[in-house]
Design a binder for this molecule. Structure first.
Ligand code: HEM
Length: 229
């Protein structure tokens, strides 16, 4: 038990847990994107999928685990950031740490923006606190019209632009973290080279484009809003 405690508080333990929680969050995002892309198959498809999710007996277990993973990821990231700053209190006169990419240095800032995005996003589509969202259950289908909530929300330019900007920042954050994720988890072997260098970043680009296509399609009128049948 003490060994586990020591591992968790050690810098390497923190990195491994950050990588594992990041990997789980990434898996959630892949599933979330695939689910939301059902918006292109029409109102009934997305609403039926959302109905299945909302009525799943494991919903609260899933929500609790995701929240825990997110908190763990954020707390460990902040700890790592503060430790790094403490270890190097004087900033370089010249920017010599060339091995750090621009996105690596801005991970903590993109992380804070992503956290704020998730808070807004839950208020918008899960809690229905934004004026374009209604969580009323349709009397005939007995479903919440998630499709209309998504499409009507994204027809507002301010909301669509906010989502597109946030999704781009999320894409950059993931693009940087995907390589370090594999490296931290020990996939250094040259057999994994292609996966780490090409396949993983390509997957992040596809994921980001998939997400962004939704607000853009709604904003430019490619997703019709229909009255629920
Ligand atoms: C265009 C992109 C996105 C769309 C259309 C979308 C859509 C939705 C919808 C409709 C819900 C409510 C589900 C429900 O209560 O039935 C939801 C919940 C959620 N979304 Fe997204 N989402 C998008 C991007 C993201 C991103 C990038 C993240 C994370 C960084 C994210 C994280 C979440 C979380 C944590 C929830 C709460 C889950 C729950 O209610 O159980 N979403 N999203």
């Amino acid at each position: 038990m003490q060994k586990l405690k020591d591992f968790i508080v050690s810098p390497i333990g923190g990195k491994v847990i950050m990588a594992l929680s990041g990997a789980m969050i990434l898996l959630f995002l892949v599933g979330h994107a695939l689910g939301n892309l059902l918006v292109f198959s029409g109102q009934e498809s997305l609403n039926t999928y959302a109905y299945w999710l909302q009525n799943n007996p494991l919903l609260w277990v899933f929500r609790g685990s995701m929240l825990l993973l997110l908190i763990l990821h954020v707390v460990l990231a902040l700890r790592m950031y503060l430790q790094n700053r403490k270890a190097r209190p004087v900033t370089y006169a010249l920017n010599k740490d060339l091995q750090l990419t621009y996105s690596a240095k801005t991970m903590i800032f993109s992380g804070v923006i992503i956290f704020a995005f998730i808070m807004f996003h839950i208020a918008h589509l899960t809690l229905g606190w934004v004026s374009t969202t209604s969580l009323d259950i349709d009397a005939s289908s007995r479903m919440i019209d998630v499709y209309s909530n998504v499409v009507v929300g994204f027809k507002q330019p301010a909301i669509a632009i906010f989502y597109v900007m946030s999704l781009l920042i999320i894409g950059l954050h993931l693009h940087h973290s995907i390589k370090s994720l594999f490296q931290t988890l020990g996939f250094h072997h040259e057999n994994f080279h292609q996966v780490i260098d090409y396949l993983a970043p390509a997957m992040i680009i596809i994921l980001t484009v998939g997400f962004i296509s939704i607000p853009l399609a709604a904003l430019f009128g490619y997703l019709p809003v229909a009255v629920m049948q």
